[in-house]
Design a protein around this ligand. Structure first.
Ligand SMILES: *[C@@H]1O[C@H](CO)[C@@H](O)[C@H](O)[C@H]1NC(C)=O
Ligand SMILES: *[C@@H]1O[C@H](CO)[C@@H](O)[C@H](O)[C@H]1NC(C)=O
Ligand SMILES: *[C@@H]1O[C@H](CO)[C@@H](O)[C@H](O)[C@H]1NC(C)=O
Length: 556
């Protein structure tokens, strides 16, 4: 018996997979840590590798000066300075431009692997490459995806909040510092990933929410030409109404007031902001939900966002799709992406004891369509109540509220981006999906399907790394998503690659608009066409033709 145990131990030790050990990067040597995933399978993890120097306030990222000796890359570094989730204080540091690399290994050392670079979400206000501890591990831990999909996963930090996105809308302080950080990180990966076993010509960027809109901005920027090959947007695009700040100077003045820097003379105001305390500036960027209760909609509070700077984003995002013509693109949304926002704007939708009224629905639509004055409200109400009948079920009205926010904030802009991409493509492919796995968040009404961000746990393989928290159906879904995503990263086609997929996913073209419905039960009928086209048509045709309202008073 003893002998058997000894033999087993010896065999297990000799059966370990290859290890990268110390890796040479442009800044110096780094050494990570190897994690065992299975027999002859490990993942080499490098945490906290610098891709740029500590950035100056409202300056573009600068190259890292490098280091001597071996950098122990075994701990995540600080997130970029930001308000906490409850927004009562700040966390993180200005020294935050680091990334993490996850490299799968088998019996022999990997080489030429496809590479996937992840941009986190968080409303351009919060978040980090190692965000949200999920039973001890980061939600964005790349080990399962790397191991199961056979790709290198890289997760990166970028500046958020006032330090990442404040802008004057002109050359004095152009903004988009967080987008420049992302660009610096992607460029670093391109230059350095080969020594980790990656193929720099086979890179995909992917992200969720503000990270998905960031992916879209990176695709549209003229600076990305030839930098990567493919992109994935999960629940957000550059055309989303919350993804672009159209009046950055007004926001900068508001922040200046909060930190005691408001001056009649703009240049003096900027001089004051430049010397203001970064923590105070970060706190000044917090969003105050109390402000809108009763008036306005949550969307109005998402103010810190990229701006048109005449440089990284040279003009209106919708006029930049020629820059994305060579990137393969996969984009989609969660069926209830807007539910979390809808619940704040119309609290009755989540209440067991209250019904949602037509007045509340029309008030919400008025808030969302402020840009067109009140002109859009009657047509929008009639489009969204068309299926109600004379005595609508209370749940039908409530679900309509979630659908309105999902359409307006996520679904419609994503359909427009897919269409512009497909029309401009020169040989690149386009794929569309709808993720509708029933929510796992307890306490929500029965009609709630996939809430914002619920796709991520499956993509990052949590049903495998935290098996007790999930059922077999969740592992099926996780397997499907990792297969489609990593196949796409390798070949530009989610159906072709090393992983088997449950259903063929046809490409989206200008004349043929299929989308894949992703959940745990996938069959041929998971492929459907023209996602919510009745509503998409309303917003892109009827609504967009309405004239803009007279410019409402600048909020200060
Ligand atoms: C291609 O993209 C441009 C913006 O860059 C857009 O104006 C144009 O409509 C698109 N082309 C087609 C054929 O849709
Ligand atoms: C909500 O509407 C249903 C059906 O129309 C009705 O039976 C119920 O009494 C209403 N509940 C409240 C709290 O008004
Ligand atoms: C990208 O990777 C896949 C799988 O690893 C490989 O089949 C393909 O040839 C690679 N593409 C390029 C351009 O190297």
């Amino acid at each position: 018996m003893m002998l058997l145990v000894v033999l087993l131990v010896v065999w297990l030790n000799s059966s370990s997979a290859a290890k990268l050990g110390v890796v040479q990067t442009e800044g110096g040597l780094v050494e990570g840590q190897s994690y065992r995933m299975g027999l002859f399978r490990t993942v080499d993890v490098f945490k906290g590798v610098p891709f740029a120097d500590v950035p100056g306030k409202w300056e573009k990222p600068k190259p890292h000066p490098g280091w001597s000796g071996i950098l122990k890359a075994t701990k995540y570094r600080d997130r970029c300075l930001q308000v906490t989730l409850l927004q009562t204080k700040t966390q993180g540091s200005q020294d935050c431009l680091y990334l993490n690399v996850f490299v799968p290994q088998g019996k022999s050392l990997s080489s030429n692997l496809a590479v996937m670079v992840y941009l986190f979400g968080g409303a351009f206000l919060l978040g980090a490459s190692n965000d949200v501890t999920f039973l001890g591990d980061s939600l964005y831990d790349g080990k399962e995806m790397a191991d199961r999909g056979g790709v290198i996963v890289v997760t990166v930090n970028y500046r958020v909040g006032t330090l990442g996105f404040l802008s004057t809308g002109d050359a004095r302080m152009p903004g988009n510092y967080g987008l420049w950080d992302q660009h610096a990180a992607i460029s670093w990966v391109r230059r350095n990933i080969e020594t980790f076993g990656g193929n720099p010509d086979n890179m995909t960027i992917f992200g969720q929410s503000a990270g998905a809109a960031s992916v879209s901005f990176q695709m549209l920027s003229p600076y990305s030409k030839g930098l990567f090959r493919r992109a994935i947007s999960q629940c957000g695009v550059a055309l989303s109404p919350w993804a672009l700040q159209r009046n950055p100077m007004a926001l900068t003045k508001k922040i200046a007031r909060k930190v005691g820097c408001w001056r009649m003379n703009e240049d003096e105001m900027l001089k004051c902001l430049k010397t203001a305390d970064p923590v105070g500036l970060t706190k000044a960027g917090k969003i105050d939900v109390m402000l809108i209760l009763g008036k306005g909609v949550v969307m109005d509070l998402l103010e810190l966002a990229p701006a048109i700077d005449g440089d990284f984003i040279p003009e209106e995002p919708r006029n930049l799709f020629h820059n994305a013509a060579r990137f393969d693109y996969l984009a989609g949304i969660n069926s209830m992406d807007g539910h979390i926002f809808a619940g704040v704007d119309v609290p009755s939708i989540n209440s067991k004891n209250a019904n949602t009224t037509v007045e509340q629905v029309s008030h919400l639509l008025a808030g969302l369509t402020k840009a067109k004055g009140n002109a859009a409200v009657p047509s929008a109400v009639s489009v969204y109540s068309a299926h109600w009948g004379s005595f609508p079920e209370p749940a039908v009205v409530k679900k309509t509220v979630a659908d309105i926010e999902t359409d307006f904030l996520f679904l419609v802009p994503t359909q427009v981006a897919l269409e512009l991409h497909a029309k401009n493509s020169s040989g690149a492919r386009t794929y569309s999906y709808l993720f509708n796995m029933k929510t796992r968040i307890p306490g929500f009404p029965r009609w709630v399907e996939a809430e914002h961000a619920e796709d991520l746990q499956y993509l990052f393989g949590k049903p495998f790394s935290v098996p007790l928290g999930y059922f077999p159906r969740h592992r099926d879904l996780s397997r499907y998503m990792i297969a489609y995503w990593t196949n796409f990263a390798k070949t530009g086609d989610p159906n072709r690659g090393d992983s088997r997929v449950p259903v063929p996913w046809p490409p989206f073209t200008p004349n043929h608009r299929p989308y894949l419905t992703i959940n745990h039960k996938m069959t041929r009928s998971s492929v459907n066409y023209d996602l919510r086209s009745y509503y998409v048509k309303y917003w892109t045709e009827t609504y967009s033709r309405l004239p803009a309202a007279k410019k409402h008073e600048e909020e200060v």
